[in-house]
Design a protein around this ligand. Structure first.
Ligand code: SF4
Length: 56
């Protein structure tokens, strides 16, 4: 199951640098995870300072 960024996201961008497959991208006011690209590694979830990323 891929990971998803919740509305709790602080838009800090820490997760984007962690993703090994570049599945996280930035929109105007939020970050999103491409479920097709995500390999469910959990790296982004581990570094999120606000615990805003979890599996769908
Ligand atoms: Fe990228 Fe891993 Fe997070 Fe999926 S779980 S978005 S592959 S860092």
């Amino acid at each position: 199951m891929p990971f998803e960024i919740s509305e709790e996201c602080l838009v800090c961008g820490v997760c984007m640098d962690e993703c090994p497959v570049e599945a996280i991208s930035e929109t105007e006011d939020q970050f999103i995870i491409d479920a097709e690209e995500c390999t469910d590694c959990g790296s982004c979830s581990e570094v999120c300072p606000n615990d805003s990323i979890s599996q769908i």
